[in-house]
Design a protein around this ligand. Sequence first.
Ligand code: PNS
Length: 163
Amino acid sequence: MRRAVCPGSFDPVTNGHLDIIERAGGLFDEVVIAVLVNKSKRSMFTVEERMEMLRDATSEWPNVRVDSFYGLLVDYCSANDIRAIVKGLRAVSDFDYELQMAQMNQRLSGVDTVFIVTNPLYSFLSSSLVKEVAMFGGDVSHLLPAEVDKRVRQRLAETAQPS
Ligand code: PNS
């Protein structure tokens, strides 16, 4: 069984993430999407909500499942018999940090990182930019699964400050 992990914050999942996950699913027997539990980072959605949106968005892909992890990614990989980490590379600006993490992870445990080059349609896309655009009323519906777009708008409406 060739099993890979797609790790990330996924706050929330975008069409760019899904493109990478789908293509990883074509390369590996099983792909685990692992949502990082990061207690210090302020997020729009809880880990459970993010996992729910990911499950919903990937339900058509039988070899993809969703999990969460806390701590070192390499420890999660060892505990789950995962041999490869899959990352999307959007631009050269991603490369420096991704290379550093890939080399650190390789040195720590021997796990390899496989980079999938992002579809140019999504090379500008990130969860944080999507949230910022949505917060100021911009339309991000073409960048997110329909259910995620709905939940982003709901969450912004819930947290809107009365003026
Ligand atoms: O979506 P993100 O926030 O860019 O994902 C970053 C992530 C989760 C892949 C990275 O922060 C990570 O692997 N965190 C787990 C802690 C860890 O293993 N750190 C050492 C990295 S060399």
